[in-house]
Ligand binder design. Structure first.
Ligand SMILES: Nc1ncnc2c1ncn2[C@@H]1O[C@H](COP(=O)(O)OP(=O)(O)OP(=O)(O)O)[C@@H](O)[C@H]1O
Length: 225
């Protein structure tokens, strides 16, 4: 599904991964872990570039339109699958179908009472749930998400991540919460300084294995598979 062979990834002149070899198969639910600046967002962007039309995309900043409502921001997930005319009509006077679909999704995200509230009047966690809603509403098979539940409490984070993963065939999700990664993924890829330093089946890992990823600057590659 995704494959890199001795790839160089970065931003303009800034090389982040100098020699990345990595394959992610269809059906895998992968958690990306690693300290700040390790390269998680860089890798997610590169994955998206490989399969853009198949990916539901939930970037870290959310990229929502602050003046528009939760409903309208979630609807934006559907823009690419409808005609311009249908989109204009739905943005001005949503069809019953869209109201029902987005209403049900907002209920799943505990945002039903904020459906017609603008994003700039939401808490950080509510805005994050709206961003996840927009990604889910694209209805594409691969979920790529960058810290999608970082502003939520652990119970809500786990519930929404579980819901999101159940709606996608495959997923790669950058997380900072190690326990959440252990609870939700079936493979964990650990990054450090633009290198894959851990790549293992989740069931073979413990919290302390993951702690080491953050504590030891000279962490060496470990594979448990
Ligand atoms: N737009 C950019 N232009 C240049 N360098 C960038 C850009 N975005 C990120 N970088 C650099 O790439 C490296 C990896 O950043 P990246 O955002 O991928 O890390 P991350 O693991 O997602 O971090 P965080 O957990 O803080 O989000 C960092 O050194 C960062 O400074």
């Amino acid at each position: 599904m995704f494959h890199f062979q001795q790839a160089q990834l970065g931003h303009g002149d800034q090389v982040v991964f100098s020699n990345l070899t990595l394959t992610i198969e269809q059906g895998e639910k992968v958690a990306l872990l690693g300290p700040s600046g390790a390269g998680k967002s860089t890798l997610l962007n590169a994955l998206r570039n490989q399969q853009e039309s198949a990916c539901a995309w939930c970037p870290q900043a959310g990229a929502l339109v602050p003046m528009l409502s939760v409903f309208h921001n979630i609807y934006m997930g559907a823009l690419s699958r409808n005609s311009t005319l249908t989109n204009l009509r739905n943005l001005i006077a949503p069809s019953r179908h869209e109201r029902e679909q987005i209403g049900a999704l907002a209920t799943d995200l505990s945002l039903h009472d904020k459906l017609f509230t603008s994003i700039d009047q939401l808490s950080g966690g509510q805005a994050q749930r709206a961003a996840l809603g927009r990604a889910l509403y694209t209805q594409r098979p691969i979920l790529l998400a960058d810290e999608p539940v970082s502003s939520l409490d652990e119970h809500q984070g786990l519930a929404l991540l579980t819901l999101s993963l159940a709606r996608h065939d495959s997923a790669v999700i950058a997380l900072h919460d190690r326990a959440l990664a252990l609870a939700c993924s079936d493979r964990i890829i650990g990054l450090n300084h633009g290198k894959v330093v851990l790549d293992a089946a989740t069931h073979s890992l413990s919290l302390s294995d993951l702690d080491a990823l953050y504590q030891d600057a000279s962490y060496q590659h470990r594979s448990y598979q």
